[in-house]
Design a protein around this ligand. Structure first.
Ligand code: COA
Ligand code: AMP
Length: 630
């Protein structure tokens, strides 16, 4: 069957389609139905099934003949080590940590925050939680203590599992002081922490609260897998929304297993046993789905890469990893390829490696610009597939189903909607527009298995953010169009979310930090184009009347505030003081026009603008930052 047949078969009978996919998963109690629509427009999948994530990702492979197959390769150019862990070893490690957690009182439904660098123990921690039905929430290492505190307060974890340090190129980033500060700052106090000590920076421990990973796992009684209901949350992953308060995306257990398992063949075209590599970070959804869960559930070998595309040690490091471990399918963000291209424009370093194992490259996380795709195609000489999805969905909404049928690539389009997703382009009134016309990208409800059923402790926000604008649809927050062939074209976000080096960030969140400065009366943050990172945040500050402090000082303080309160990952380095911000007569800041000015793009003067002269001031301010493109 080709793509069209599979898509139509799903559309004709989604229940049969998803029940058939569910057969690939081991159940403790098989579900009698796939979709549960009793609470529509909130939907669940496989509600009456009983299942365990860790069993499906680890134990069943040990039982089924893959005990000695390598499950995880940790390739760490920053420490100069490569470590291999078989499925049998992984099971032992996970069961021990799960036992240690259980012995300290963590049980089904308890939350556990994980704050770890790119080491296999991060996956062990995630799997140990799911083994006993605890709900993990991984926090990306590049976030500051304040962001960690916000997540601790929202998830109210019983425990935090952390690494003592991360390694960013040649810099050691100590995680434990950040964790201590976060716990200090948070209202909720976890009962205990487990710290994985790394030799590069051993953490000092607080007696009675902090426990050493090596010690607690050495003494632990291994824990068995605890079956959970199909709708039990496997994890919460916080992602940026319009405000500084992150959204806790809930991932339901059963649908997650079924859908991710399906994607490994249908989209990434790998068979169990093949080596699959997603060069991302466990702190992001790509890391959850494609470093940890999907490859393991599917019986693949996954790579945990602790390095950067460049500088660890050079722009050939990706090709070295592909060659050394015989990677078949490779997934990363376009920004990583832009970084490599900048250092090795002709891709000459590839000649040093045998990358013949590679069958395709997959790009996601941000818009894949045609230059980058064409360059990758040329130097790798394999198909390059862009695919579009979000933290909320956990896997591809639109992609090229290479394992079903490789469709012709149209550069600039992530290709077509996957089975499960009825993608439509809507006008402001919620009516579908014609092919080729721009609109809001929405997905007809229900979303497929594995996608978010709600936000953690925030059902109203879930409805408001995703369901209310277009009744009967899920609002993706992206705008774009669909052409006559059903290919999707993703153009822009419709909210205040920007994408910096494939990292999703909230300009609203940055504005909240900037506005907290005592000398700042008002501010705006926009995303401007950047050749390497896709977008960068740029801040505009209006100072309080009478403030006579040097503006450079205030700008430097603001840059530091964003770094300290959100984290280095915000990459907030561009800020400028202006007298006024352009607004509509009703007081809405015209951020879209400011971004177009900064990017040197044409714009239409809105009829409602209060004072058009301010736009010249904005253009001048951008020029002083040495940024202006126009
Ligand atoms: N822990 C601590 N700090 C971190 C971090 C982590 N896990 N990840 C990033 N940071 C820091 C970086 O060191 C940098 O700090 P600096 O301002 O002191 O230099 C800052 O956060 C910004 O990081 P980043 O935007 O990643 O920039 P970079 O210059 O370090 O690297 C790229 C640029 C393109 C090489 C890098 O972004 C990259 O490899 N991107 C791949 C994209 C990706 O994995 N996306 C995930 C979704 S698929
Ligand atoms: P995240 O939740 O961090 O994965 O970010 C999701 C957002 O990143 C999407 O809503 C898009 O705005 C953007 N995005 C992800 N993948 C793509 C892609 N292939 N093309 C264009 N934008 C993308």
């Amino acid at each position: 069957m080709g793509y069209r047949d599979v898509y139509e078969a799903w559309k004709a009978d989604p229940e049969a389609f998803w029940m058939a996919q569910a057969e690939q998963i081991d159940w403790d109690r098989e579900p009698t139905r796939a979709l549960n629509d009793t609470n529509a427009p909130l939907y669940e999948w496989y509600t009456d099934g009983m299942v365990n994530t860790c069993w499906n990702a680890v134990d069943r492979h040990v039982a089924g003949g893959r005990a000695d197959q390598v499950a995880i390769i940790h390739d760490s150019p920053v420490t100069g080590t490569v470590t291999r862990i078989t499925y049998a070893e992984l099971k032992d490690r996970v069961a021990s940590l799960a036992g240690a957690l259980a012995a300290k009182g963590v049980t089904k439904g308890d939350r556990v925050v994980i704050y770890m660098p790119m080491v296999p123990e991060a996956l062990v921690a995630m799997l140990a939680c799911t083994r006993i039905g605890a709900i993990h929430s991984v926090v990306f290492g590049g976030f500051a203590a304040n962001e960690l505190a916000v997540r601790i307060d929202d998830a109210t974890p019983k425990a935090v599992i952390a690494g003592s340090c991360g390694i960013e190129g040649s810099r050691i980033i100590e995680y434990k002081p950040l964790l201590d500060a976060a716990i200090e700052q948070a209202t909720h106090k976890p009962d205990f922490t487990i710290v994985f000590q790394r030799d590069q920076a051993r953490a000092s421990m607080i007696e009675g609260r902090d426990f050493d990973w090596a010690e607690v796992t050495r003494d632990a009684t291994p824990a068995d897998c605890v079956p959970v209901e199909g709708n039990h949350p496997a994890y919460i992953l916080y992602t940026s929304g319009t405000t500084g308060a992150p959204k806790g995306v809930v991932r339901p257990t059963a649908g997650h297993l079924v859908a991710l398992n399906w994607t490994m063949k249908a989209i990434y075209n790998v068979e169990p046993g093949d080596v699959f590599w997603a060069a991302s970070d466990v702190g992001w959804v790509v890391g959850h789905s494609y470093i940890c869960y999907a490859p393991l559930v599917h019986g693949n070998t996954t790579i945990v890469f602790e390095g950067k595309p460049v500088g660890t040690p050079d722009a050939g490091t990706f090709w070295r990893v592909i060659a050394d471990h015989k990677v078949k399918s490779f997934f990363t963000a376009p920004t990583a390829f832009r970084a490599i291209k900048r250092e090795d424009p002709k891709g000459e370093l590839i000649a040093n490696y045998d990358i013949s194992s590679l069958q395709a490259l997959y790009l996601a996380g941000e818009r894949a610009d045609p230059d980058t795709i064409e360059w990758a195609q040329r130097v790798l000489n394999v198909p390059v597939y862009d695919h579009w999805w979000q933290t909320e969905t956990g896997y591809t909404i639109a992609g090229n189903p290479a394992g079903i049928e490789a469709l012709p690539v149209k550069i600039g389009s992530p290709t077509v909607a996957m089975p499960g997703y009825d993608v439509q382009i809507l006008d402001e009134a919620g009516h579908p527009v014609k092919p080729g016309e721009l609109g809001a990208i929405a997905v007809k409800l229900p979303l497929p298995p594995g996608t978010l059923p709600t936000l953690w402790n925030a059902e109203d926000r879930f409805r408001k953010s995703y369901l209310n604008t277009f009744p009967g649809y899920y609002e993706t927050g992206d705008a774009g169009m669909m052409d006559e062939d059903g290919y999707l074209w993703i153009m822009a976000r419709t909210d205040d979310v920007i994408n910096v080096a494939g990292h999703r960030l909230s300009t609203g969140g940055m504005e909240e930090v900037l506005a907290g400065h005592p000398d700042v009366a008002e501010c705006a943050v926009i995303g401007v184009k950047d050749e390497l990172k896709g977008q960068l945040p740029m801040g505009f500050l209006c100072l309080n009347a009478g403030c006579d402090r040097p503006v450079e000082e205030i700008v430097a303080e603001e840059i530091k505030r964003v770094r300290d309160q959100i984290g280095p990952v915000a990459a907030f380095k561009l800020a400028v003081v202006v007298d006024r911000l352009p607004k509509t007569r009703s007081g809405k800041i015209l951020r879209g026009i400011m971004a177009r000015i900064a990017d040197g793009e044409a714009y239409k003067m809105p009829a409602t603008i209060d004072d058009p002269a301010i736009l010249d001031e904005i253009r001048d301010a951008v020029t002083t930052l040495g940024y202006a493109k126009g």
